[in-house]
Design a protein around this ligand. Structure first.
Ligand code: SAM
Length: 284
């Protein structure tokens, strides 16, 4: 992996999926991935430890908030386009704290009958999602607390098992796989590919070193490590390989702001470490 694994490899670094769940427990004094990312998006559900960790990262990567916003817009555009293309079932892996334009809100503007399953291993994130969904009168949207690394368990959960596998399903894994080492994302995608019906879609975005120097990459990974987060950056080529078995859309793997861009200004030009993303289609 590119510039990866500054933190000493964990037990999982060899690519083993964990055999037992190890989701984060709620501790406001420990920075947390969902809350740091929420803070980068100007969210309010965070604590001083999250803000301090995020501010240290912003100091090193001044464009980080912009990258988070562009990443979120990529998610919005991809699910919007898929809903317009007729997809009516969405699974949002590593969904994060609810913010503006959550997946169900975007797709319901196009297709009010679409089903959306949110999945995150962070219990607070899922509690927030469920509170938001209490207003969903039709039960079309659900939130599942699960570790995506235990993919077979996840796929057997009632919310996933209830999806209609005679029709396409869009799976989004946006800003998720860079929290997993080695072959773990590829193993998860192999299981997903076997589960997904023909005509389904996979959307991925992933942190990449971009134009950062190797020294700054090391510093950034060390800061994430201090914030209790193990990050594993991958190059665009490595991200493209995660789409094995899928037909990549013509945009390929590009900086997320440049994927079917909707903002026509300088913000599109990625600098420093940033997110790349793409969309793939499963023929059979
Ligand atoms: C950076 S946020 C991304 C949120 C959203 N996908 C987006 O891009 O706007 C990453 C989320 O992935 C979740 N996450 C990390 N590892 C996970 C795992 N193994 N299983 C489930 N969720 C995970 C974190 O809890 C966090 O909410």
């Amino acid at each position: 992996m590119t510039g990866a694994s500054l933190p000493p490899p964990s037990a999982e670094a060899g690519g083993e999926l964990p055999s037992s769940p190890r989701g984060p427990i709620f501790d406001p004094s420990v920075p947390n991935a969902a809350r740091i990312y929420g803070y980068l998006l100007d969210g309010k559900d965070n604590f001083p430890a999250d803000r301090a960790a995020a501010d240290r990262l912003i100091e090193l990567i001044p464009g980080l908030k912009r990258h988070a916003r562009l990443n979120r817009l990529f998610l919005r555009r991809s699910v919007h386009d898929l809903a317009r293309a007729g997809v009516r079932q969405f699974v949002d892996l590593g969904s994060g704290l609810p913010t503006q334009d959550n997946v169900h809100e975007v797709v319901h503007r196009v297709a009010p009958d679409a089903r959306v399953v949110y999945v995150d291993m962070d219990p607070v994130t899922i509690a927030h999602a469920r509170a938001l969904l209490a207003t969903d009168p039709d039960g079309l949207v659900q939130a599942v607390e699960a570790d995506v690394r235990r993919i077979e368990d996840l796929l057997s959960r009632p919310e996933l098992a209830a999806l209609d596998r005679s029709k396409p399903i869009a799976v989004t894994a946006v800003a998720l796989f860079h929290f997993m080492p080695g072959m773990v994302p590829a193993q998860i995608i192999t299981a997903l590919r076997e589960w997904m019906p023909p005509g389904s879609y996979l959307v991925i975005s992933h942190a990449t070193p971009g134009t950062m120097s190797p020294e700054d990459v090391e510093k950034a990974l060390a800061l994430y490590q201090q914030a209790n987060l193990q990050m594993f950056l991958r190059s665009p080529e490595e991200v493209a390989r995660l789409f094995k078995g899928f037909q990549l859309s013509e945009e390929g793997i590009v900086p997320v702001g440049l994927w079917r861009p909707e903002i026509d200004d300088d913000e599109q030009t990625p600098t420093g470490g940033h997110f790349v993303g793409g969309l793939g289609w499963l023929a059979h």
